[in-house]
Design a protein around this ligand. Structure first.
Ligand code: GDP
Ligand code: MG
Length: 188
């Protein structure tokens, strides 16, 4: 089977751990500090359920409730990792706003998403409950996990979950262009 190319965007408020999750997945290590302002695309090849994937991970510089949803993140992205931090309520609110804008921008009813409550190792600082995370994920028809970017296994699992969810979404050509929603162009 040919390698499938899949592009994933990580979005969320600043400092929630988007870069830490990306680097943990790609490099297998936790970095304490990473330039928060830059956007980077990381590549990683993985094999899942006998299928090879060429992944491109767009580690965005972060959004807040006022950010305009960049068009570049609305097209050509197969799945989204929406990240908040369990010790920051604002980051949870921001993820909700990003989701609304995402639906508006893509014009799709269903988008493969995994909602990620990060910094699970900071339980003692928790302000967003597990129930709140689950409830929001239900609304988004998204998968939901709580992880720590320090936990390599959990981070790998979350990206695998998203890849599986993208597969279910019906992208069955190698370049992922077979969008069954028929939404190939974006009219503004
Ligand atoms: P980004 O702005 O969303 O890309 O966030 P970063 O990945 O740069 O992380 C912001 C800060 O939170 C950094 O100091 C990270 O080391 C820290 N951080 C990220 N993920 C975790 C985590 O799961 N647990 C803990 N304790 N710290 C984390
Ligand atoms: Mg970052």
């Amino acid at each position: 089977m040919p390698t499938k190319q899949r592009k994933i965007a990580l979005m969320g408020y600043r400092s929630v751990g988007k870069s830490s999750l990306t680097i943990q997945f790609v490099d297998g290590q936790f970095v304490e500090s990473y330039d928060p302002t830059i956007e980077n695309t990381f590549v990683k090849n993985v094999k899942l359920r006998g299928q090879d994937y060429g992944l491109r991970l767009v580690d965005t510089a972060g959004q807040d409730e006022y950010s305009i949803f960049p068009q570049a993140y609305a097209i050509d992205i197969h799945g989204y990792c929406l990240v908040y931090s369990i010790n920051n309520m604002k980051s949870f609110d921001v993820v909700r706003v990003i989701y609304e804008k995402l639906l508006d921008m893509t014009g799709k009813v269903h988008v493969p998403i995994i909602l990620v409550g990060n910094k699970l190792d900071l339980q003692h600082e928790r302000v967003v409950s597990v129930e709140m995370g689950k409830e929001l994920a239900n609304k988004m028809k998204a998968d939901f996990v709580e992880v720590s970017a320090k936990d390599n296994g959990a981070v790998i699992d979350l990206f695998n979950k998203l890849i599986i969810s993208i597969e279910k979404g019906g992208h069955d050509t190698t370049d992922g262009s077979n969008d069954k929603s028929g939404n190939k162009c974006l009219i503004q």
